[in-house]
Design a protein around this ligand. Sequence first.
Ligand code: ZN
Length: 434
Amino acid sequence: MLLEIILHRKLFQYLTYPCKELAEIYQIFTFNYYYLNFSIFLTKNQPKPTKMTLKTSLKMLCLWMGMAAFTIGCSDEFEPGVNDALTVDPNDPVIQRILDAGIALEDIVAYDDHYVAEGDIVFYKEEPHFPGDEDHNGRTEQARSTYLVAPAYRNIRVYLDQASFSSLNLNDAVNNAIAAFNAVGSELQFSRVYSASSADIIVKRNNSIGAGVCGRAGFPFSNGRPFNNVDISESVLIQYGLTSASQLRLLVAHEIGHCIGFRHTNWQSLGESTAIHISGTPSSDGASIMNGATCGNSWAGLSYYDSKAIEILYAAPTIPPPGPDKLLPGDQLDRNESIRSADNRFLFVMQGDGNLVLYKYNVPLWASNTAGLPVTRCIMQNDGNLVLYDNLNRARWASNTHGNPGAWLVAQNDGNVVIYRNGSPVWATNTCCH
Ligand SMILES: [Zn+2]
């Protein structure tokens, strides 16, 4: 390393940088130099230096010697950065999660703060914290990826960081993807926003995602948020001439498709590890926008089965016709109002004393235990939460089932009062079976 340091000083004294590659090599040596000799000054806020493998060091030394002899030329080729992949630790819980998603260990590459699986799928080592997130039950529906976008997060706001690009304009591609996904008519609805802080997905340039990789995204997080970043390699697209409006449309829609939980439709022919099949769709679909290794293909719209898959995973909530035994989204019971089971045996009443009570004839089976509080109404909110509010609009009791838009409540003939969303119970008084 001493040799390197001396050479570094010579380089510093005598060389200007005739091209980007030389400047980069200089920077690498500078960084190494400071790391080795002044590590005491490194604070924990500074980025962790890249670990250099022996191979990389030798490669750089060769490059440097070539450069010192002034024989190196500038290449026009896009060179990915130095090999900064780290070791994959199979005991890491995030790795376990990736393996659980059906991805093979050998298809995972580790980096400082994330893993990349199968070339273009990112898994953060620590999931980002989103403002306003509360702990809620992780949903483990089985679909293409382990997690799907939870009902609470199905209005997805997309921000295009156009300023991060030098010459490519992705405005049309982002609008096209949003329109195509919205047209399916599922519960997933996308919109454009114009600040990164209010976005669920940010589309931005990242020229360091690997040689020949056009774009990169990830799967929904365990808390049900859609994946938050679509990285587009402007340099790869320009290098290979893959910049037509049609090509960009397919690329952006494909990456957003990953963000909402789709794996590659052609995972089998790509030799990717076992994916979770969406029943009701075929095992191969040449027209799918989610086929992998298709960068450079043209946009021809979502395939029939792409739309079908979105409908299957993200069906809009079904709400039954109103009835005297139900509270539909937005319905409210004021004091002394009630619903009754269809067989008239069970009464669910917002009492004048502030208590919400379920009776079988005269026998109470369940109560909110809010008697004596100035509760004035019980509302089945549009967000799926059943809430009792007092005269000052303060919530005094709740079923805590928010995040289930389209949920509705029924007083059943078996004595149970249940909140359902798309056929699945999300809350109940657990007072069956009478
Ligand atoms: Zn992909």
